[in-house]
Write a protein that binds this ligand. Structure first.
Ligand code: DGI
Ligand code: FE
Ligand code: FE
Length: 196
């Protein structure tokens, strides 16, 4: 893959654009995603790029987020307007495409769906979604030890555990649930129950 920046260049740019904690989280996701890519035979450099860039839009101001949505025709629903953090993944994917000149659709989709998940994810999409949740800097979510164990044996089971805990958390805290988050949960619930 030929990219505008090498990995060190990307890390340096991210370090400038992200808060210290967010940058540390990003390096944790990189490390975790690379390990999982090795286990599951996914292209390691794709996993690294998707992991590094997954939260590249996270620390933009709300004004900047809205400006980029406007510029790149990203539709913002009423619910998303109230919580612009919900669209950092989609904006990040657009920035990866245009600023970092990433053209690989699997990488771009892994960034787009890293917050919500989606039905029928690719292995790269699953790895980024899971790594975001279990990277070493994450300590607060329930069942982390179990998910970290399961993921080495069964990627889909780990994915479903995270979707399930996320839906539970969103329900108990009475937060708005993005339709595709629920669709991902339903899809993998049926998958876990029926296919195996
Ligand atoms: O950006 P990060 O903090 O690293 O992680 P992320 O992009 O996965 O965002 C995590 C948050 O997103 C977590 O608190 C759960 C939340 N989330 C995921 N799906 C939905 C959601 N929040 C709402 N309100 N609705 C959703 O459907
Ligand atoms: Fe994120
Ligand atoms: Fe993240």
């Amino acid at each position: 893959m030929q990219n505008k920046y090498d990995i060190t260049g990307i890390r340096n740019l991210l370090q400038k654009q992200l808060s210290e904690n967010r940058y540390e989280h990003t390096l944790g996701v990189e490390k975790t995603a690379v390990s999982l890519a090795e286990v599951y035979n996914v292209d390691i450099e794709k996993a690294r790029l998707a992991a590094l860039l997954h939260d590249c839009a996270k620390n933009l101001s709300d004004d900047k987020k809205l400006e980029l949505c406007n510029k790149y025709n990203i539709k913002v629903t009423e619910e998303e307007k109230k919580n612009l953090d919900l669209i950092h993944a989609e904006i990040g994917s657009v920035m990866a495409r245009y600023d970092y000149e990433i053209s690989d659709e699997d990488i771009l989709n892994a960034i787009t769906y890293h917050t919500t998940g989606k039905p029928n994810m690719s292995n790269l999409e699953k790895i980024i979604y899971i790594s975001d949740y279990i990277e070493p800097g994450r300590t607060k979510a329930p069942n982390l030890d179990k998910i970290r164990r399961v993921v080495m044996q069964d990627l889909d089971k780990a994915l479903f555990m995270i979707l399930s805990d996320t839906i539970n958390y969103l329900k108990t805290s009475k937060k708005y649930i993005v339709p595709i988050t629920m669709e991902a949960y339903e899809y993998y619930k049926n998958w876990i129950l029926q296919e195996r």
